[in-house]
Design a protein around this ligand. Sequence first.
Ligand code: HEM
Length: 390
Amino acid sequence: MPSVTDRYDPLDPEVLRDPYPVLAELRQREPVFWHVGMDSWALTRYADSVRVLRDHATFARDPRRTGGTVPEPSLSVQTLDPPQQSQVRSLFMTALRAQDLTAIEERARRLVLERLDVLAGGGPFDVVAELAVPLSVAVVADLLGVEPPPYGEFAAVSDAIMRSMDGGLNPALVEPGRIARQQLSDLVDSWFAASARPGLLARVRQAAAPGGDAAARLYVKNTARVMFQGGYSTMAAAVGNAVHTLLIHPGVLDRLRDRALLATGVDELVRFDGPVQGTTRTAVRACRIGGVEIAAGQKVVTLFAAANRDPAAFARADELVLDRTPNPHLGYGWGPHSCIGTTVAQAGLRALVAALSDHRAHLAAADDGVRRRTATMRAFDTLPAALLHR
Ligand code: HEM
């Protein structure tokens, strides 16, 4: 029988269906293990992951700190490290805080209700195409202050980029990802060239104006692209996972009609089965994690999905606890690279759950759905459901 570390294949159909049993076994038996496919150390304990994500001096995100290169289009808040990253990160955080998230949430809720009205009584539909994609495109476009691109076309470009995040496991995905990134860059350039609508882009536009610092201009444009595409794709995956969790836990949607539970409830949905399965850093110097020697230059993957079910960090870790407080899960990351869009994502998820629980029709599963064959992002390709009369 192969060891548990050899059995951990994130693309195995059984692991895609339910990764939590094998992650729990790994956390118990070998919490820090070498994964050949990922060419990295993999961490399954909450405390080890937090330590790595906090300590950016030892664990680099920017590949240039460990002798690698970064193509220009990829230089953004996501690939730079402090102190270089700090300025662009705070520019976007400040611009985001100036947006009216209550209004964005209300528009999103109305959009979901309108779609539910159309879908109710019409037979099974795909939650991904009919709810997750439109809601997520609309929310990030609203935040940035741009015209939403056509849903289907944008979803295809974004999917190519999302799949290329698994380029380490499958190099054939890298080139389509590069082409899609270029298409998206052209779209973002057109937004910067167009006249300003109110929104986040209008706030950061000045920093990307011609004549300013060329490096800053590049970082701002690339970060705007990451906000749009990364925000959209993660949000869409989160919506699919959240709806799936609601479908397989009867009664939860009804309980979430209690608005006091909504805010903690949507955070718990992300802890319980979030979209981002992990992230990678590279050790800039030799160190030890959980008694294991990590050599300088070796990669370390923090497996959020494992950390978020770690019983050392969460009581009743495998249960959905709607009023869990505090809930310091890693679904939005941790430390200097944690999610910039957390409050927007929370608003979008509240809008979704509020609309689903308020609607006169009752949401029911129509099929198990098809999990996407991606390791970094946990998502559905399709998730059939039906809206039945109550
Ligand atoms: C439920 C939806 C979302 C989840 C679960 C999520 C999760 C995450 C996670 C785990 C990270 C950290 C990755 C790492 O450390 O490598 C991250 C980073 C990021 N997220 Fe999100 N995200 C969501 C939605 C959004 C939205 C809607 C936006 C923007 C509108 C956004 C913008 C970003 C950006 C810009 C970063 C990079 C931050 C940095 O590297 O400094 N995210 N997100």
